[in-house]
Unconditional design. Structure first.
Length: 375
């Protein structure tokens, strides 16, 4: 039996999907599988896959991804993804802009049928707690004041006789929503795909903040933990609070205010190599570099994107495709250009109202500008 679960066969219309995972390393044990209800988990994944089937854009991103292989048909990218699945470790993917780092996450989700990709785009203001969950204290206060207005002044005995004040405390979960990271770490028998995009743009402290989460696979929702401690004598200590998740129209039960994964999510962190990370962070990750495109690797990528365009336009374009790719790569010496730029040029060339050959030459100067060039 092959050790590979992900093979890079992303162009399949009906991929088989991931149904069973390899055993976890002893040092990467999290929530026991016996603590996950199989029937509820099956329903959870049915909803997720229904959501994924409705997202045509994500499906196209996954299907159009192509893995660059060596002369023996092997790929370091495929090996790295499968090692991350076996070892339950995050994967840090570096490479030039447009090399396909982000698309890799969608390719894994599509081939393994693991639902929608949970995406956390990183900025300098990105905060781990916000990516885990958000608590809307202002909305809760406004609703409490509105309830009090409807029931009258709670200090007036006459109004208390008319209608008792509602127990808003029981609806605390209405004001909590899990972010992409929090949703990825919900307990399940299969892993979610979490894309942490452009982590090198983060604040200096964010990689260190991630260390404990990557090691322990759990975090607390402080508002629910405080509620449990405050009411431990009056409520069930294992009381469940239902909160919203990052998935559209889906909710999840939270017990004791803690979220702990059963299967560690497949985490793809992308980096353009703009900064280094602490050794402790590197120790907890697997690292791989997305290879630079070559004429041989770009041909199948282009064909996967344009297999449904007007055939007359596409046939005409294919005659000049090799020379166009050579120009894009500067005769094999890629000069910080993204694959999107090549696809933009080909799209214009395959339209019924496409530019003339002379106009296309001028447009190439516009479309093939190096990413490091100033205006």
């Amino acid at each position: 039996m092959s050790w590979k679960y992900f093979n890079g066969n992303c162009n399949q219309d009906q991929p088989q999907g991931l149904t069973k995972l390899p055993e976890r390393p002893p040092w990467r044990q999290f929530l026991s599988r016996a603590e996950v209800n199989p029937a509820e988990d099956e329903q959870y994944w049915k909803k997720l896959r229904d959501l994924a089937r409705k997202d045509d854009r994500s499906i196209q991103r996954g299907k159009s991804f192509r893995v660059l292989t060596d002369k023996n048909g092997q790929s370091e990218i495929v090996d790295a993804v499968n090692a991350a699945i076996h070892l339950r470790r995050p994967l840090l993917v570096t490479g030039d802009p447009g090399a396909g780092k982000t698309s890799l996450a969608y390719a894994i989700a599509h081939e393994l049928q693991l639902g929608p990709v949970l995406t956390w785009p990183i900025t300098a203001r990105a905060n781990l707690v916000d990516a885990q969950y958000r608590y809307d204290a202002i909305a809760r206060l406004q609703d409490a004041q509105l309830d009090k207005t409807k029931t009258g002044d709670s200090t007036d005995p006459k109004t208390l006789e008319k209608k008792p004040e509602p127990k808003e405390e029981g609806d605390l979960g209405d004001y909590i929503q899990l972010g992409p990271v929090g949703t990825a770490f919900l307990p399940s028998l299969l892993p979610r795909i979490l894309l942490i995009d452009e982590i090198d743009k983060s604040d200096l402290n964010l990689p260190n903040d991630l260390l404990n989460l990557f090691e322990e696979g759990e975090f607390e929702i402080l508002e629910l933990v405080r509620r449990k401690r405050r009411q431990v004598n009056t409520v069930d200590p294992d009381a469940t609070v239902t909160v919203r998740t990052a998935d559209k129209d889906m909710e999840a039960p939270i017990i004791n205010g803690r979220v702990k994964c059963c299967e560690f999510p497949i985490i793809i962190m992308t980096s353009n190599g703009e900064r280094d990370f602490p050794p402790a962070f590197y120790r907890r990750c697997l690292r791989v570099k997305m290879p630079n495109p070559t004429p041989e690797s770009l041909l199948p990528v282009v064909r996967s994107h344009f297999n449904t365009v007007d055939q007359s336009g596409w046939t005409k374009t294919q005659e000049n495709l090799t020379s166009l790719i050579d120009e894009f790569l500067d005769k094999g010496n890629k000069a910080d250009r993204a694959t999107d730029q090549l696809l933009n040029a080909i799209y214009l060339m395959t339209r019924d109202e496409s530019p003339s050959e002379a106009e296309m030459k001028r447009l190439q100067n516009l479309l093939f500008k190096r990413l490091s060039e100033a205006d």
